[in-house]
Ligand binder design. Structure first.
Ligand code: 5GP
Length: 193
């Protein structure tokens, strides 16, 4: 019988570098599948539909909620974001490891449905560093940056519900740590068939 893949969820405040870490992790980890989320937010410059996200109009997103096509979904900064259930379930049952890069509300929803999922919280080296990374990114207007920083405070409350905390100081080190977590998780006695 084929073993189920490991479902890894990476969360953390906006600006912590989840996107950069996820990209490096996927480049360096054979057979790790990235789950492309759906969102109602508008694409940023350089973002491609079907690659960065599936960009959907709000009514289409709602239809998918009603049809229970999402494994989880959440409203963040006034937009909807959600993980499509089918591709994740197919990859896992095909023995592939799957990476979700989603917010804490979504992370907790997934853990409730898949207790065997691994929750990793990515931390900034400091609050000042987080502010500076968000400001430098300059992909959002100033008011949005404020919104993201105040939501970051609330996100930290979820840290205790996560399995692992990794400080994003150097991307290559974070990649190594996350890879090690996945390898260790594969060796858990309760995962043995
Ligand atoms: P951004 O707009 O900067 O791409 O993402 C905003 C937030 O939405 C980030 O914290 C990101 O992790 C989160 N996010 C992206 N996709 C999903 C998803 O499918 N579900 C949930 N719950 N959050 C998501």
């Amino acid at each position: 019988m084929m073993e189920q893949g490991i479902l890894t969820i990476m969360s953390g405040p906006s600006g912590v570098g989840k996107g950069t870490v996820a990209k490096a992790l996927l480049e360096k980890t054979k057979d790790l599948v990235y789950s492309i989320s759906a969102t109602t937010r508008l694409p940023r410059e350089g973002e491609v539909n079907g690659s960065s996200y599936y960009f959907l109009p709000a009514d289409e997103f709602r239809k998918k909620i009603d049809r229970q096509e999402f494994l989880e979904w959440a409203q963040i900064y006034g937009n909807f974001y959600g993980t499509l259930r089918l591709p994740v379930e197919c990859a896992l049952s095909g023995g592939k490891d799957v990476l979700l890069e989603i917010d804490v509300q979504g992370g907790i929803q997934v853990k409730q449905k898949f207790p065997q999922a691994v929750l990793i919280f990515l931390l900034p080296p400091s609050q000042d560093e987080l502010e500076s990374r968000l400001t430098k990114r300059a992909s959002e207007p100033k008011a949005d940056i404020k919104k993201r920083l105040s939501w970051a405070e609330e996100e930290f409350e979820y840290l205790k519900l996560y399995d692992y905390a990794v400080v994003n100081d150097r991307v290559d080190e974070v990649v190594l740590k996350v890879q090690s977590i996945i390898v260790a998780e594969k060796c858990r006695t309760w995962r043995l068939k």
